[in-house]
Design a protein around this ligand. Structure first.
Ligand code: HQG
Length: 182
């Protein structure tokens, strides 16, 4: 199985499991789970051949562990990054590391300095413990800027933090006072 097929399938799964399940007639429940057989048959109708073996390879080999199978193997979901309105992950609030990082592009900074970090089309603002991860994320959008987030102060003031199954930290918003550009 080629790396290209695995990478293409990962992108496809991100699209349908986070954003547009309806594109292949798939239903997701509020925890983001979709039926594996329905995913395979829906994808086939739109000309994409999936198999359980391919899905398992993508899930296990994925660099960021973006997807998970249910214990019985019948359902699949994305563990974070959703924009789909039907999905509302019930994540428990957790104590974050004192400092978290967010990578973004310099061209967004005027707006960020005015409004803070907001989720945009996704359900949460995404933060990472590692500065290198933040750099990689920010580079997707242009000239990168790393923002240091005072998660400890935020938590003290009542903001909640959640951690997705793959370790990504999530919060609803980050007001300007807690952001420092490095
Ligand atoms: C920016 C990837 C203007 C924000 C990554 C970001 C992550 C603002 C963009 C996950 C703003 C949203 C999410 C404001 C925030 N004004 N721009 N007030 N507040 N922004 O893709 O964090 O590889 O929705 O800085 O690893 O870049 O797909 O969020 O640049 O975990 O698994 O608005 O996506 O994961 O972009 O990335 P995104 P993100 P995957």
């Amino acid at each position: 199985m080629s790396k290209k097929i695995i990478d293409d399938t990962s992108k496809f799964l991100s699209y349908v499991l986070r954003h547009e399940p309806q594109a292949i007639g798939l239903e997701l429940d509020s925890e983001g789970w979709g039926d594996v057989d329905a995913l395979i048959s829906g994808a086939a109708k739109s000309g994409r051949q999936l198999s359980r073996e391919l899905l398992e390879r993508v899930i296990e080999g994925n660099d960021k562990k973006r997807f998970a199978l249910s214990a019985d193997g019948q359902r699949i979901r994305a563990v974070q990054g959703h924009s789909n309105k039907a999905v509302h992950l019930q994540l428990e609030a957790r104590q974050p590391p004192a400092i978290l990082y967010h990578g973004t592009a310099t061209r967004f900074m005027d707006s960020i300095n005015e409004k803070g970090l907001i989720p945009g089309s996704r359900h949460h603002v995404h933060l990472s413990r590692e500065i290198d991860t933040a750099r990689t994320v920010g580079q997707r959008y242009g000239q990168v800027v790393i923002l240091q987030i005072d998660a400890q102060a935020m938590q003290t003031q009542g903001f909640r933090f959640y951690q997705a199954e793959n370790g990504v930290w999530l919060t609803d918003q980050v007001p300007v006072d807690f952001i420092r550009a490095l």
